[in-house]
Structure formats: C-alpha cells, structure tokens
Write a protein that binds this ligand. Structure first.
Ligand code: NAD
Length: 341
C-alpha cells in the first residue's frame, strides 16, 4: 500500500482524501488542518487522523478540545508521499518541510509552476513524472484545456487556440469571496495566465486566453476557437476523437443540457460524493468547423476535475504503473463514465 498524507482539508483536500481511500493500492495516514472548524470535525468523524498545520494551529485545536495526532512534520515523516492541498502559494512555503524529510510531493495549481519538477495532467505526460520527486497538478481550467487540446493536437495538429474563459466567482463554501450583479474582468490584461499555464504541460500548443468572472459557484464555461494544421478535419472526426478520449464527456442540448445548471443536476443524479463532476464536459452540438476553425463550448467542474489527476500523480511519482493502468484504476474506482450524447 502507498501511504499518503493530505496537507489541507478544504475543497480539494477533502476530495483527495476520499478518492485516495477508495484506491485498492493506497491508504490515507492522516490530514493536516489549520483550524478546528466543522471540516476538522468531519475529518475526525470519517476516521482520518488530524494533524495541526503548525504550533499556533495545535493550540487552537487544544483550546477547542479536539484530539490531534501531531503537527505537519509528524504526518509527513510517516508517509511515502504527500498531497499538498493547502491554499495557493502556501504549498511553496511547506516545501522545506517536505524536502528536509526527503518526501515525494504533489502540489496543486495555485502554486507557481516552479514549485515542482513537472506540471502534470495524467493523459498528457504521466510518463514524464518517472524518477521525479514532485509534480504540480495544474489548475481546474488548465486541466480541462490540456485534456481537450492534447486530444485535438495529437489527432489533427493545432495551429492556434483562442479561448474565452467564463469563471465561477467563488466556490460554494466561500460566499464571502463572491461578486454580486457584475461581470469582473479577471484579469483585465490580455492574455490571462491560463494559456501560459497550459504551456507548462503542452509547450508546443499556441494558445491565447482571456478570462472573466461571473456570479455563480458551480463550474467554469470555456468558448474555444481552434485553428487546425489538418484543414481536412471534419466535425464528425472531431466528435469521434473527443468521444474516444478518457475523462471527456460529450453532452447535448437535445438531452436538455442547456446550461451548467443541468450539468450540475445530472452530476447529483450520478450518486457520486458531493455531486462531483470529474469529467470535462463538451457540448457536442456546439462543435462546429467554420473556415477550418473548430468552435465549441466546454464546462469545467472546478471542485472535482483535478481529483483523478492527483490520484494518478501519486502512482506516476511512486512508479511501477503504466499511464493506462493508473488511469483505468482511477476511472473505475471513481465511476468515471462515458455518456453517449
Ligand atoms: P481551501 O481554502 O478550500 O482549503 C485549504 C486547506 O488548507 C484548508 O483545510 C486549510 O485549513 C488548510 N491550510 C491553511 N493553511 C495551511 C498551512 N499553512 N499548512 C497546511 N494546511 C493549511 O483551498 P482549495 O480550494 O482546496 O485549494 C487548494 C489548492 O488547490 C490551491 O492551490 C488551489 O489553487 C487549487 N485548486 C483549487 C480549486 C478550486 O476550485 N477550489 C480547483 C483546482 C485547484
């Protein structure tokens, strides 16, 4: 069994802890929490050992009367590999702890790319993680873009991709960060950082991105315009390629998927933990080719899309698995599916 420590038990860390626990070859030894809030109590009630983020955090747990098993160093020293799911940029400040104990680490997309040896998306570069001591699983938007662009680039060659990203303002558990009755240009500067982040995984793909935030908490939507090197590509060929690509789900407005609302409703019916949508969803009937350019809409469930990537990153860093073995184990345990649109 691969022993895993999860540092941070928020949006991503809670999902990682459950997904890792569901793997036949992995075991969660404990999770790190900063504050003794309801999430810490949930971790304890699920049977996870909880560790404090630092001395100040330990005191908060003691004052709250919550039993902890130690501090971050105690957990890290016990495990084969650490998944750091602390808030953006905090992971980089935990790096010295991981290095001093010689542990392999998976960071998240909120960290700078140079925090780790490799920016990772399983279906794009699983093999490149071999022998590395750390990877950064890229952000939710970058993960979705890499899955789609890698499939199209491999099959048709991408000349240039232009993407408008319409982002959820905040996650459901952080309403204080939201925007109300406005569209926020975030950033105003063009291009946004997302395209540059795609290039940390797919350096050869030419991509320009812009991003705005809207007042919603479930899912990002991307509008893509992609010119191909293969000018003979047809709409049906594009649909076949996306249908044959793991972790991409084609949906259709003919079945009633006309907004992120129906995607979220569908996800609730799948009976997964927290209504999680691990797949990148692509509206099949939005796919069109005009003057040699592909146009399409896709949706990214920001809370869950990176979770299968983190599970695969653990196997990629530990070694001994092929890409397809790992992806298929992860897909099976998380019930990742293909819906026929
Ligand atoms: P979050 O704020 O929901 O959770 C962070 C957790 O880290 C909390 O449990 C907190 O107690 C803990 N923590 C705080 N300070 C800590 C410290 N010093 N040491 C250890 N733990 C500490 O954050 P999140 O949304 O889960 O994001 C985590 C990472 O995942 C970020 O890099 C983020 O950019 C990335 N990410 C987030 C999303 C998303 O939609 N929320 C999607 C993809 C990637």
């Amino acid at each position: 069994m691969i022993t895993v420590g999860v540092v941070g038990y928020g949006v991503i860390g809670r999902r990682v802890a459950d997904a890792v626990s569901a793997q036949p070859d992995m075991q969660v030894i404990g999770v790190v929490k900063k504050k003794p809030d309801y999430k810490a109590k949930l971790a304890i009630s699920k049977g996870f050992s909880v560790y404090a983020a630092d001395g100040e955090s330990r005191k908060m747990f003691e004052d709250a009367g919550l039993q902890i098993s130690g501090e971050i160093k105690d957990l890290v020293s016990e495990v084969d590999i650490v998944v750091d799911a602390s808030p953006g940029k905090v992971g980089a400040s935990n790096r010295d702890v991981y290095r001093s104990l010689g542990k392999k680490v998976i960071y998240q997309g909120g960290e700078p790319a140079d925090v780790a040896d490799l920016s990772f998306v399983a279906q794009c570069n699983f093999e490149k993680a071999e022998g590395k001591s750390s990877v950064r699983v890229v952000s939710c938007n970058t993960t979705g873009l890499c899955r789609l662009l890698n499939a199209l680039d491999t099959n048709f060659g991408i000349d240039k991709a232009r993407v408008v990203i319409i982002r959820r303002a905040t996650d459901p558990d952080e309403p204080g960060k939201g925007i109300i009755d406005a569209v926020s240009l975030d950033p105003v500067h063009i291009p946004s950082h997302h395209g540059l982040d795609v290039n940390t995984v797919l350096p050869h793909v030419k991509i320009i991105t812009t991003a705005v935030k809207i007042p919603t908490t479930h899912m990002h939507v991307h509008t893509l315009m992609i010119s191909l090197k293969d000018s003979t590509a047809t709409k049906d060929q594009v649909i076949d390629v996306l249908n044959g690509t793991t972790r991409i789900l084609l949906i259709s407005s003919k079945d009633g998927f006309k907004s992120t609302g129906q995607v979220f409703d569908y996800a609730r019916e799948l009976g997964r933990w927290r209504s999680d949508m691990y797949e990148l969803v692509v509206w099949k009937d939005s796919i069109n080719i005009i003057d040699g350019e592909i146009y399409l809409y896709m949706g990214v469930g920001q809370e869950a899309i990176v979770i299968p990537e983190v599970v695969d990153a653990i196997r990629a860093l530990i070694g001994g698995y092929t890409r397809d073995e790992s992806i298929s184990m992860t897909n099976k345990t998380l019930n990742i599916l293909k819906y026929k649109a």
